[in-house]
Design a protein around this ligand. Structure first.
Ligand code: 6PG
Length: 251
């Protein structure tokens, strides 16, 4: 069964980064022209690091004073913790560009627990986007990763957050000594104008096939299907190695 998203395979991380930077520039110009600002939500993890470094190296990306950066998800750790997504994105990207501090919206992990942080982040989104009751924020770009277990954001198999339809942000208590999490919910992810999965490495080949090609509903990432937005899976050859030829589109 063909998924709603296209898969684009890139020879290497550099070409993938260059593609995403072009998408970023296109979406940024359109957003700022139409709405006066560009809102993105970024994921943590290993895969997007080359992209963040590539964005940081471009002097002509921007304008950063009209760009707002949010987090797709966060570990419930201090912002200085080595496991903090915000710390990784700050060190790889935000410290290298002229983005005003007021345009950076980390998850407030200084609160007593993950649920309080989720509630506060929902207030931050509601205020920034000027949402009325029941209204969803519309991000211009949401960047997602894909875990080998089929999770994306901090929407893990078996998590209560997978069923959340009313909240914008949820918390997740994860067992086996992993950090509790805060995550955007599917309604927010699926209201974005552009959702880009970045997937690299042979260890992701099977899960990418099950999500992008089979749309295996047992895997949380298969529930990412933006109603009006674009969905793209961006992969390197290793991650795309189990996809049938019909789904593999070179740039
Ligand atoms: C996180 C991420 C998470 C990540 C996937 C893939 O908080 O870890 O937001 O959802 O995108 O786990 O991680 P890698 O890119 O490191 O494979």
């Amino acid at each position: 069964m063909r998924g709603p998203g296209s898969v684009i395979v890139f020879d290497d991380a550099t070409k993938m980064t260059e593609f995403v930077i072009r998408e970023w520039e296109r979406a940024s110009c359109e957003a700022i022209r139409q709405r006066g600002f560009f809102a993105v939500a970024l994921s943590g993890g290993r895969t997007p690091v080359p992209l963040y470094l590539g964005l940081a190296a471009r002097r002509d990306i921007g304008p950063w004073d009209k760009t707002h950066v949010f987090l797709v998800d966060e570990r419930f750790v201090p912002a200085t913790d080595a496991d903090s997504n915000y710390r990784m994105i700050r060190e790889r990207l935000l410290e290298a560009v002229d983005i005003p501090a007021s345009n950076v919206h980390p998850v407030p992990t200084g609160l007593p627990d993950a649920e309080s942080a989720a509630k506060k982040y929902e207030e931050i989104l509601t205020s920034f986007f000027g949402l009325s009751d029941g209204e969803l924020p519309v991000f211009d770009i949401i960047l997602l990763g894909l875990g080998t277990d089929g999770h994306t954001a901090s929407l893990f198999p078996g998590s209560r957050a997978l069923q959340e339809k009313g909240r914008l942000v949820d918390s997740a208590v994860l067992g086996n000594a992993r950090h509790n999490r805060i995550t955007l919910t599917f309604p927010v992810i699926n209201s974005a104008r552009n959702v880009l999965f970045l997937v690299t490495g042979k260890e992701k080949a099977e899960v990418l096939r099950e999500v992008a090609e089979e749309r295996n509903t047992a895997l949380p990432a298969s529930a990412v299907a933006p109603g009006r937005g674009r969905l793209l899976f961006l992969a390197d050859p290793d991650a795309a190695s189990r996809l049938s030829a019909g789904l593999r589109r070179m740039p």
